[in-house]
Design a binder for this molecule. Structure first.
Ligand SMILES: Nc1ncnc2c1ncn2[C@@H]1O[C@H](COP(=O)(O)OP(=O)(O)OP(=O)(O)O)[C@@H](O)[C@H]1O
Ligand SMILES: [Mg+2]
Length: 510
C-alpha cells in the first residue's frame, strides 16, 4: 500500500507557521466551478450572500485524483474492506468517492457535503487506513478528530470503532462532563486516535496527560460550529501543537467566513469537495412552514409530539426545553430533554433512549443540531425557528439522511414570518407554507399530529414502550406525514446517494 503522503514538492515545504501566515490555500470568489470529477455543482449566484459572510473556497493547485466508484479501487487495508462489507457499507457515497483517493494519498481535504452524506467515513477511513500498523506511545496519539459537542464525539468514536478494531488501533474519546481521570488513563495506556472536544483536550494537555506533537493526521468536523461556539482560540492552539507537516482535513455541511482563518493557516493546497448546502439539503427533504397563532402554538406542538413515530423538536433555550418536556410528559407523550444544562450521563442516557425508541420525542436545544445520527427519523420540528440558515440546515439535517426522505417543520408566529422568509432565502429553500390550527386535518396530514393520551408519564424519561392507542388518527385524518421524493428534483449527489443505497439493498437481498 502506498502510504507516501507527500509526493509533491509543495507538500514538503515547511508550512503553517503559527503566526497566521497566508501560505497554503489561495482564494477566489465562491461559485466558480472547479471542474473536477466527483465534485458537486454550485451554480453561480444561486444563493444570496449568507448573513455571516459567504465562504470563499480555496483553489486547489495540485489536481485532485479522480473519484472512484467502489471501495475496492481505494488503497484501503483488507481489514477495512472486510469491515465495510460486514456492515453493509457497499458503495461509497459521493463525498467518500471523491475525497478518499486524495486523503488516502495524504492530501489535505476541505469537504463541504450536505447533512447525512457520509462525511464521518470520508475522513475516518482515511485517518484509520493511513495509521494502520502504527502504535502510539503513552499520552502521544497519532491522529486527532476535533468536534464541537460531546454527543458528536461519542458518535464519531462509535462509528469508527469497528474499523479501528479491525486494524487493532485504539481510540479514546476525550470530552467534558465525564471523568477526566479515566480519559487520562486511556491516554496513558496508549491511544492511536483521539476524538475530542477542544476544551477537555486542552485541559488534558495542560495536565500533561496528552501531547500532540506526534499527531500526523488532524480532522476538524463541523469546524464552523466550533468557531460559532467560541472554540476558535482553543482550536488554533491545538492545531499549533500537532505535527507541522501532518495532514489536515476539515469537513462540514456548512462553512462560513469564520473558518477562513483555519483554511488559510492550516490547510495546504487542499483538495476541495464542495456541495452547496442549499442545493444539497432540499432534495430528499420536505420543508414546511406552519403558520400558527401564539395562543395555539403549544397545542399544535403538543399534537405533533403525540404522533406515532419519533421526532426531534428544537427550542431556543434550556428553560423552554425543560418546560415543554415537562408539559409533554404531563400530556402522556414520551419525551426527554437534551441540552447543555444536563449532566453528561443524563445527556448520554437521553440520546440512547431516543435512539433505542424508548423515548419518542427528543426535545432539544441546538446541542443536538449537529452531526447526530438517529435511524428512522422522518420528522424534525422547529418549535422555535432557528436563528439563521445554517442552524436551519443542521437541525433539519437530522432527518433525510443517507438518501432517506424526511420532513422539516417550522412553527412560525405572525411576527416571525418576515425573518423566517429571509432565513429560507439564505438557505435556498422554498418551503410549503400552510396556516394551521391545533386539531386540524392539515396539521395531522403534514406531521402525523394527533391528540395526546392525556395520561401523564411519571418518573421522567419513560422506560416502557408506548401503549397503542385507539388507532383512529386525530379527528379522523390519518395520512402519514408528507414525504419528499416522487416528483422532487434531485441533485446529482442525491441521486448517487439514492443509487448507492439501492445498490446496497440489492446486494443485501442477493
Ligand atoms: N457508503 C455508505 N453506504 C451506506 N451508508 C453509509 C455510507 N456512508 C455513510 N453511511 C451512513 O450514512 C449515515 C450518515 O452518515 P454521517 O453521519 O457520516 O453523515 P454526515 O455527512 O457526517 O452528516 P452531518 O452533516 O449531519 O454530520 C450514517 O448512518 C452512516 O453509517
Ligand atoms: Mg457528521
Amino acid at each position: 500500500m502506498n502510504r507516501s503522503a507527500r509526493t509533491n514538492d509543495r507538500y514538503s515545504n515547511p508550512r503553517r507557521g503559527s503566526a497566521g501566515g497566508d501560505r497554503g490555500a489561495r482564494f477566489r470568489p465562491q461559485g466558480q466551478g472547479q471542474g473536477r470529477p466527483g465534485q458537486g455543482s454550485r451554480g453561480p449566484g444561486r444563493r444570496p450572500a449568507a448573513p455571516q459572510g459567504e465562504f470563499a473556497l480555496p483553489v486547489t493547485v495540485t489536481p485532485a485524483l479522480p473519484a472512484v466508484e467502489t471501495f475496492d479501487e481505494l488503497d484501503l487495508p483488507a481489514e477495512i474492506l472486510k469491515t465495510l462489507t460486514g456492515l453493509d457499507v457497499t458503495v461509497p457515497f459521493p463525498i467518500q468517492a471523491a475525497t478518499l483517493p486524495n486523503s488516502l494519498a495524504g492530501r489535505d481535504v476541505l469537504g463541504r457535503g450536505r447533512t447525512g452524506s457520509g462525511k464521518t467515513l470520508a475522513f475516518g477511513l482515511a485517518l484509520l487506513a493511513r495509521m494502520a500498523g502504527q502504535r502510539a506511545d503513552a499520552k502521544q496519539p497519532l491522529g486527532l478528530i476535533l468536534v464541537p459537542t460531546r454527543e458528536l464525539a461519542q458518535q464519531v468514536t462509535e462509528a469508527l470503532t469497528p474499523y479501528a478494531r479491525s486494524l487493532r488501533l485504539r481510540m479514546a474519546t476525550v470530552v467534558g462532563g465525564m471523568s477526566i481521570g479515566r480519559q487520562a488513563s486511556a491516554l496513558r495506556g496508549g491511544a492511536e486516535v483521539v476524538v475530542a472536544t477542544p476544551g477537555r483536550l486542552k485541559d488534558l494537555i495542560e495536565r500533561k496527560d496528552c501531547r500532540l506533537d506526534r499527531v500526523r493526521i488532524t480532522v476538524l468536523d463541523e469546524a464552523d460550529q466550533m468557531a460559532d461556539m467560541g472554540f476558535m482560540p482553543q482550536v488554533t492552539e491545538l492545531l499549533d501543537l500537532v505535527h507541522p507537516e501532518g495532514q489536515r482535513m476539515l469537513f462540514s455541511a456548512t462553512l462560513d467566513r469564520n473558518v477562513d482563518l483555519l483554511v488559510r493557516r492550516y490547510l495546504n493546497d487542499p483538495v476541495v469537495h464542495s456541495v452547496d448546502p442549499s442545493a444539497g439539503a432540499v432534495t430528499t427533504m420536505e420543508h414546511h412552514e406552519l403558520h400558527v397563532h401564539g395562543a395555539d402554538k403549544l397545542g399544535a406542538a403538543t399534537e405533533i409530539a403525540a404522533r406515532d413515530g419519533r421526532v426531534i423538536m428544537f427550542l431556543d433555550t434550556k428553560h423552554a426545553v425543560d418546560q415543554f418536556t415537562k408539559h409533554l410528559l404531563g400530556s402522556g407523550v414520551r419525551a426527554a430533554a437534551l441540552h447543555g444544562g444536563k449532566s453528561q450521563p443524563q445527556r448520554t442516557r437521553t440520546l440512547a433512549q431516543f435512539k433505542a425508541g424508548t423515548v419518542s420525542v427528543l426535545v432539544a436545544t441546538n446541542v443536538a443540531a449537529r452531526g447526530i445520527h438517529v435511524d428512522n427519523l422522518d420528522l424534525v420540528v422547529n418549535v422555535d425557528p432557528p436563528s439563521d440558515h445554517k442552524d436551519y440546515l443542521h437541525r433539519g439535517g437530522r432527518t433525510a439522511r443517507a438518501g432517506e426522505s424526511g420532513s422539516v417543520v417550522t412553527l412560525v408566529l405572525p411576527n416571525q414570518r418576515r425573518d423566517m422568509s429571509r432565513l429560507m432565502r439564505d438557505a435556498g429553500i422554498r418551503p410549503k407554507i400552510t396556516q394551521v390550527r391545533s386539531g386540524e386535518a392539515e396539521l395531522s396530514r403534514i406531521t402525523g399530529a394527533q391528540a395526546p393520551s392525556g395520561v401523564p408519564i411519571t418518573g421522567g424519561a419513560p422506560a416502557t414502550e408506548k401503549p397503542k392507542r385507539g388507532g383512529a388518527p386525530f379527528r379522523g385524518m390519518g395520512s402519514r406525514p408528507g414525504r419528499a421524493g416522487g416528483g422532487s428534483r434531485q441533485s446529482a449527489e442525491a441521486r448517487q446517494l439514492a443509487e448507492a443505497r439501492k445498490a446496497a439493498r440489492v446486494r443485501r437481498a442477493g
